[in-house]
Write a protein that binds this ligand. Structure first.
Ligand code: SAM
Length: 456
């Protein structure tokens, strides 16, 4: 029988309550409830696995009391969790001095020099938009990024924009930076998700981080990911689609200048400094934490010898995280991916969202696969004797949000098939209530989060 530890260590301090990236389904709001559930199921200091760790908020909260293993299939999640759990020594001032030098060189004869025609054109578009002429900015946003814009499309653009694109491409070629990893943020995401300047600056930071010893790279990369999440110019700060400058009826949005300038005028290096200071301020612990990139299906086959609690927070809508955060994945992997295509009206075009090819498709996001995905998870953990705290979100509280892939009422019997005790707790307004099945249907408030507390 596991030792019940009551409220020990359930309170999350302000410094542990930090959002490294804006993340759909982040559990920042219910950290105390999760800590309490994990404490209730565990012996003091027994290890915990944060399966589906995402932005690492739960790992960060649990890491102060016990050894944490974070697991997620996305590389950006591994990088962030690694920076949170095992922050390497990092000489911030020295790195920033080097990065500023690299920026100077890039401005004279490197990436920023190559990007200059588009950087300057974008500045002029924003200046024009500030005094009411929105069309040039609208055209720039609709043109897409360097990697997706076709020659046909260039011919249909205004002469000034076409010239800026052609000059930038020519300059990139002249400094051997076209189609290389060193310019991937600029070519894929400049103009779409970030200003051209910000995108080139993200590349400069990543290029400098790649020169660091391996053990220091995760904290540098994680700070770039936090920066990208902070400066991205989209509604909701995800990367599912770039901003649309027009209303549904085709007119340009009146608020366009405000929508664009609020993010694109942010200073990349300043945001990076804030992020790295934050990672550096995370309290070090004596535990040997680990951050792993793995599919949960592989991870659960290797549980033997792990005798701790598992906290699992799988996706609950049909939106694949790999689509919503593909930009972070490319920045974290630092590769030069091919871009996926869309077919419309008999034409094949590179995706407007500049999605990378071969994105992970999670079975939890696919209605026909989700029941088996849950069953396999429950079975593997119960067989290995691991208690489980499972998060699930019962309602689509956000306007226009996609429905949940599975209903809480359908997950519960699956859990009962494998665990001897399953308790359902509702976090938020009716915190820690224990509900029976009928109550479950009527009582759960909008915005509520469910915790299944399962004992083998
Ligand atoms: C609801 S989010 C987790 C949020 C996290 N608890 C937080 O607070 O940021 C779900 C996570 O599951 C991950 N995921 C989806 N399918 C997966 C799979 N097959 N194996 C491992 N991780 C997966 C996604 O990448 C995503 O980060």
């Amino acid at each position: 029988m596991p030792l019940t530890t009551g409220d020990r260590g359930s309170q999350t301090t302000e410094s542990e309550r930090w959002r490294p990236i804006h993340y759909l389904g982040s559990k920042l709001r219910i950290l105390d409830n999760i800590r309490k559930a994990v404490n209730d199921l565990s012996t003091e200091r027994s290890p915990v696995c944060d399966l589906f760790a995402g932005s690492g908020t739960v790992s960060a909260a649990l890491a102060q009391d016990r050894r944490v293993t974070s697991v997620d299939v996305q590389e950006y999640a591994r990088v962030i969790c690694s920076a949170i759990l095992q922050p390497a020594c990092f000489d911030v001032e020295r790195f920033l001095a080097r990065a500023l030098d690299a920026k100077d060189v890039a401005t004279r004869n490197g990436l920023l020099w190559a990007a200059e025609p588009l950087v300057q054109y974008e500045t002029r578009c924003l200046e024009a938009a500030a005094i009411g002429n929105l069309e040039p900015l609208c055209e720039l946003l609709e043109a897409g990024s360097l990697v997706t814009i076709s020659n046909d499309r260039i011919n249909s653009l205004s002469a000034e924009l076409a010239k800026a694109i052609i000059q930038t491409n020519a300059r990139l070629n002249s400094v051997d930076l076209n189609d290389t990893v060193q310019s991937v943020a600029l070519r894929h995401f400049g103009g779409t998700y970030f200003s051209f300047r910000q995108a080139a600056e993200l590349d400069i930071l990543l290029n400098e981080i790649a020169q660091l010893p391996l053990h220091a790279q995760d904290i540098g990369k994680a700070s770039v990911l936090s920066t990208a999440s902070q400066i991205v110019n989209t509604i909701g700060k995800q990367f599912a689609q770039p901003l649309r400058p027009r209303n549904k009826n085709g007119t340009v949005k009146k608020t366009l200048h405000k929508l664009v300038s609020r993010d694109r005028e942010k200073d990349t290096f300043l945001e990076f400094k804030k992020a790295i200071d934050k990672y550096m301020s995370i309290k070090r612990t004596a535990f040997e934490h680990k951050a792993i990139r793995a599919d949960y299906r592989d991870f659960i086959t290797k549980l033997e010898g792990f005798n701790g609690v598992v906290y699992a927070d799988p996706p609950y809508t049909r939106d694949h995280y790999s689509r919503f955060y593909h930009v972070l994945e490319t920045l974290a992997l630092r590769d030069n991916p091919k871009v996926s295509v869309n077919k419309a009206h008999g034409r094949t075009m590179l995706s407007r969202g500049v999605y990378r090819l071969e994105r992970h498709q999670s079975p939890f996001c696919i209605k026909s696969l989700a029941p088996d995905a849950f069953s396999n998870l429950f079975q593997a953990l119960a067989l290995n004797g691991n208690p489980l705290v499972l998060s699930y979100s019962p309602y689509a509280a956000e306007k226009n949000a996609h429905p949940r892939v599975m209903k809480v009422e359908d997950i519960e019997p699956l859990a009962r098939k494998f665990f001897s005790l399953v308790e359902i707790r509702v976090s938020e307004n009716i915190s820690h209530s224990r509900l029976n099945k009928t109550e479950l249907n009527k009582e759960i408030a909008k915005n509520a989060e469910i915790l299944f507390v399962c004992r083998p």
